[in-house]
Write a protein that binds this ligand. Sequence first.
Ligand code: G6P
Ligand code: MG
Length: 477
Amino acid sequence: MCRRTKIVATLGPATSSPERIEALIAAGADVVRLNFSHGEADDHRQRAALVRQAARKQGRFVAILGDLQGPKIRIARFADRKVMLDVGQAFTLDATLGNEAGDKHQVGIDYKALIEDARVGDILLLDDGRVELEVTATHPHKLETRVRIGGWLSNNKGINRLGGGLSARALTDKDRADIITAAEIGVDYLAVSFPRDAADMEEARSLLLAAGGHAGLVSKIERAECVADDEVLDGIIRASDAVMVARGDLAVEIGDAELVGVQKKIIARSRQLNKPVITATQMMESMITSPMPTRAEVSDVANAVLDYTDAVMLSAETAAGDYPVEAVAAMERIILGAERHPLSKRSKHRLYEEFHDVDETIALSAMYAANHLQGVKAIISLTESGATPRLMSRLRSPLPIYAFCREEATQNRVALYRGVQTVPFYSERLAPEDVNARAIDVLRSKGVVTNGDLVVMTKGDYLNAQGGTDVLKIMRV
Ligand code: G6P
Ligand code: MG
């Protein structure tokens, strides 16, 4: 059985050499993430070129995901790099303090609006919640706080407010510059950090289009206010081409106890609205320094697979860890195990809803036909943009969906969709009456089907154009 759930692997210092990138892809990475929070434009350009080369060499289709830094609020720096904060002591965040002037009693902050947004009694979480401060007084340029959870605090650590609600706009000046780089690189997906609502996604989209980019936009759900209101969440999902459950900042803002339920909700809602969804952050964190995941991590990955996420993501594990290739291999093994569970094979996707367009009706009918008819071995979807296989892959199934497509952008883009495999196919070079037989020949030569098997296929009356899928065929090989 081939793996359906996709693996996203982040590149970084541990995985920048041609050999390491080749090894990540050979181990099973389907999507490679360039993190614009670290490194220069040229680093990303080089890595992207290496990914394209390695994929071509291995005959694989790998999507490149650029991930914008967004308005991550950070403290400035300390004269001695780090300080020890004691529970109960006073500590001041001061927007006017020099960038390197922090000490045990105060530190600078790069985001002045935090000072205006904060109220007495607010809880501020630093370094992913490892240090906790309570605001005791506010002034025009500084906040006085008392330490609730102490510990070491070092340079440039991030700050979140418990409950969210900081007014920062999603796209910073750096993000705007990085969007241009991402368009130049030709990334297949671009992730927007901390969007507040659909309008933030729309702004990113118009900037991307203006820069000449063709990437699918991924919204990272990581603000408390995005999951507090169903309409806001739906709006963001609808304005995106894919969604990421960005569990790091999200868990800090909503509290870790809420996270599991919220993850399930975001995954379910994304699938319902026909969008692919990535589950991210700390999935195999211990593999940064260990060749084996913990039982809890195995369980976390497997449960995301059972929730029916499209992809699971590795961050520091592959970017900076000691065992990047082992982490991808371990993820693959766990995914395959979880996909053997019957929950991965049954679907009621949109079963009790009305459909509104012909393409979707054909796509879903094809999936139900394939799942219910004995003897079906594969699903073929002729597609220009990847839209038809995306609709299909929202429905659970044990059968592989083959996206037959000619556009390189589509060949890469569908790499994110659960259960979908790319097959390069150039039907415009064929006589229309030969297309079906040739498509089946391709699967036969891959060893996917043999004589007597059934194949379900979708296409349009008109070939080689986006949309217009209106034919469902069931063919015997
Ligand atoms: C190809 C096929 C058409 C089909 C179309 C669907 O172009 O030749 O028959 O209608 O794909 O593309 P879409 O991008 O909507 O999935
Ligand atoms: Mg984040």
